[in-house]
Design a protein around this ligand. Structure first.
Ligand SMILES: [Zn+2]
Length: 310
């Protein structure tokens, strides 16, 4: 989709956006009406990435890589159907991929008529804001990322790796699987509600909140939970004023994340479930073991450990 820049006044924003179209287009998606302005393979209009990115094998055999949505869409008697056009017929091993592809197309909200619309996804409302665009363009790595707090605590290396991936939004929670077009039910294994995201699972879910409030009452701290994992890691290091337990404090976010993730996976893959009391117990036992390994305490029982912290 190309936007015409008309006249010299009041259009510098659009001029800049046009110049930076490659980076801008990553933050928009399309609501398809008649499909005459949206590129079938290249624009993001069905799912959260372009079809080219989601189905590179099929893109490779697409006859017209620049095709518009309208070129593949039939709209008859109020019903949208899809016509694909590949350079050769499908091989056996491609059938699963094509089936998933068609399923995705038929789940799209393409209307078949009316104007195509451009939607900004850099902010929750969908309305375009210069501020949100600016924020989206800022590099996310480097300056504000609390890498030290992730890699320098004495957690086991695979835990540090997990926390790092969680902070970057790269662990395979349900929302991330759905972004990769894996068909799964949108459901949280911990609270049995809908909508598992990383922040939900590790910070805001009922089960996560139980563990966090157990910690804050143990440390006698009032805490307002930030919205994301990265924000939590960022402010965590500065929030303990007791030098005696600083090393233990530093281990806590990784320990909570790890215990919740393991519980979530045990529920998801093995069908085994600990209750909230047991999850808290597993957490405190794990924290004690890690603290001992880090030389932060010599306690041998959980009761001793809790009174050592408090
Ligand atoms: Zn939940």
């Amino acid at each position: 989709m190309a936007l015409e820049v008309s006249g010299p006044h009041g259009v510098s924003l659009w001029k800049t956006i046009r110049k930076e179209w490659g980076s801008f287009v990553k933050y928009v998606n399309f609501e398809v009406g008649d499909g005459s302005k949206v590129k079938f393979w290249l624009d993001t209009w069905c799912g959260s990435s372009s079809l080219k990115e989601g189905y590179p094998d099929l893109f490779r055999i697409a006859r017209d890589k620049e095709a518009l949505v309208v070129d593949h869409m039939c709209f008859e008697n109020g019903v949208v159907s899809w016509v694909l056009n590949f350079t050769r017929s499908a091989q056996d091993w491609e059938l699963d991929s094509i089936a998933a592809f068609l399923k995705l197309l038929y789940s799209s909200s393409a209307k078949g008529q009316g104007e195509d619309r451009l939607c900004w996804q850099g902010s929750a409302s969908g309305a375009f804001q210069v501020k949100a665009y600016y924020k989206a363009l800022l590099p996310t790595a480097g300056l504000v990322v609390p890498w030290k707090s992730i890699w320098k605590t004495r957690t086991p290396p695979r835990v540090a790796f997990f926390v790092w991936a969680a902070a970057l939004g790269r662990i395979l929670t349900i929302d991330n699987l759905r972004k990769r077009h894996v068909i799964v039910i949108d459901w949280c294994y911990m609270c049995k509600g809908c909508g598992e995201s990383i922040a939900h699972l590790l910070l805001h879910c009922l089960a996560a909140r139980e563990v966090w409030s157990f910690i804050f009452s143990m440390f006698n701290i009032l805490w307002v939970m930030p919205s994301g994992v990265m924000d939590l890691l960022y402010c965590w290091g500065h929030s303990c004023c007791n030098v005696r337990v600083q090393k233990i404090w530093d281990l806590i976010p990784s320990c909570v994340f790890w215990c919740l993730w393991r519980e979530r996976n045990s529920r998801s893959f093995e069908g085994k479930e600990n209750n909230l009391m047991e999850i808290k117990l597993i957490f405190i036992r794990t924290l004690m073991e890690w603290s001992k390994a880090a030389g932060a305490t010599h306690c041998t029982t959980i009761l001793d450990f809790i009174s050592f912290i408090a």
